[in-house]
Design a protein around this ligand. Sequence first.
Ligand SMILES: [Zn+2]
Length: 141
Amino acid sequence: MGVTVNTQTYPDIPVAEGEEAWTPQELAEVRQQLSDDVAQYEQKYLAAQAGLAQLLTEGSDTTGRDPADVGSSNFERDQEVSLAANARQLYEQSELALKLFDEGRYGICESCGKPIGKARLQAFPRATMCVSCKQRLERRS
Ligand SMILES: [Zn+2]
C-alpha cells in the first residue's frame, strides 16, 4: 500500500511553545519514519524471537554437558530474552505512535496532556511523553 504524500491531509499535531507549526512535509517525514520504525522493529523482534526459540530448543538438553557450557548458554539465552523484549517494546511504541498519528492524537503527552513538541518528535518520533514527564518517570524507576 503506497502512501501518497502530496494529496494526504494530516491532522493538526500540536507543537510546543515557541515552535513553528508543522508543515505537511514535516508531518509526512515523521509519519514515514514511524512506519519505517514499525517495519524495522517488527523484523528485529521476530528475528530475536526466532533466535530465542532456537536457543530454547537447543539448550533444553543439558545432560552430560559441561556446567560451564550450560552457564554460558543460559547467559546467551538471557541476552536473547532481553533483546527480544527490547525489540518488542520498540516495536509496540512505534506502532502505538503511528496509530495515534493516524487517529489525530499524536504529539500529546500521554501523561500530562501537553504538547510533546516538534523538535522532540522529530528526534524521537515514537515519543508519547513530553521530556519532563519522561524524565520524571525515569527518575522513579
Ligand atoms: Zn508530559
